[in-house]
Write a protein that binds this ligand. Structure first.
Ligand SMILES: [Ca+2]
Ligand SMILES: [Ca+2]
Length: 301
């Protein structure tokens, strides 16, 4: 009888040991996850520099199991731009119950906008369309634009400030004297997109005059994404970010219009327009806080 219980104990012990060790080894092997995001679009170059380009959403889902009451999940190595399902932007999260958790990253290294930062060395006007009138010598007239390093350089009433990309006086931005008619396309670009993929559209804007700030409106394929009303603070770059899912679309035509039609004031700059796919990694965590314990019964010999 003692032998029977000893064997039963031994079997339970090894079963418990295996169910603990195997998942721990599995976790050790697979749980090297290091994903508002940890960093902003400003860090796109940092991402590109630490990992080779891969196709969108190449992350593989994972399942981790362990005999434990809490588990730490970490973002895959090499990612610097990420957010967790609970809103955390930390490198790891600690979970105390079984479930599916995820982190996601915006692949700014796969930004689909051509010349969205206006830094194309051979042609700062490359890639986008505008229904405004390009004027490379003067922005005094309403409804005109130019790509400049300093808004003041083409209009004596426009402020002097740096672009958003470089912020050192050498970068370029699109400078616009707002049109006095509604719904004129300031900036537009048609982009090839992958189906059933989520993208993040992001743009930065700033007032170049303090009067009657611009009201920027964004759309994709004619569907409204929202607005931002710029502040009157000169050169104060403001960000607009929105998610968009492609569904069956293979093209996204992004449009930016200014809903303010005031002639006086209503002048602004745009920079760092990006449209990047989102990649998500689901992690199914199985926590077994109460592994089976051997049952030892006091049986008289
Ligand atoms: Ca720029
Ligand atoms: Ca104006």
């Amino acid at each position: 009888m003692v032998n029977f219980y000893f064997r039963r104990f031994t079997n339970h012990f090894f079963a418990a040991a295996i169910s603990f060790v195997v998942p721990v080894l599995f976790v050790a092997h697979h749980l090297s996850f290091k994903p508002s995001y940890h960093n902003s679009p400003d860090n796109a170059s940092a991402i590109a520099s630490v990992e080779p380009p891969v196709s969108a959403c190449s992350l593989t889902d994972a399942t981790v199991s362990a005999c434990t009451s809490s588990m730490t999940l970490t973002v895959d190595p090499g990612y610097t731009n990420y957010a967790w399902s609970n809103g955390s932007t930390g490198n790891s999260i600690t979970v105390t119950s079984s479930g599916t958790y995820w982190w996601e990253t915006v692949r700014y290294d796969e930004d689909a906008v051509s010349n969205g930062n206006f830094e194309n060395a051979s042609n700062h006007y490359r890639g986008f369309n505008s229904s405004y009138t390009r004027n490379t010598t003067s922005l005094v007239a309403e409804g005109t634009y130019a790509v400049l390093q300093n808004p003041h350089s083409e209009h004596s009433s426009f402020a002097t400030f740096n672009d958003h990309t470089k912020n050192d006086g050498t970068g370029y931005m699109m400078v616009v004297n707002g049109a006095s008619t509604a719904n004129v396309t300031v900036w537009s670009e048609s982009i090839s997109v992958q189906t059933n993929t989520t993208y993040v559209f992001s743009v930065w804007g700033a007032s170049v005059t303090s009067g009657s700030p611009g009201i920027l409106n964004f759309s994709i394929n004619g569907v409204q994404l929202g607005n931002i009303t710029l502040t009157s603070t000169l050169g104060a770059w403001q960000n607009f970010t929105v998610r968009w899912s492609s569904g069956s679309n293979t093209t996204a035509t992004i449009g930016i219009v200014n809903q303010n039609t005031a002639a006086s004031g209503n002048d602004f700059a745009l920079d760092d327009i990006s449209f990047a796919p989102v990649c998500r990694k689901n992690i199914t965590a199985n926590l077994y806080p109460n592994p089976p314990k051997p049952v030892i019964t006091n049986v008289p010999l």
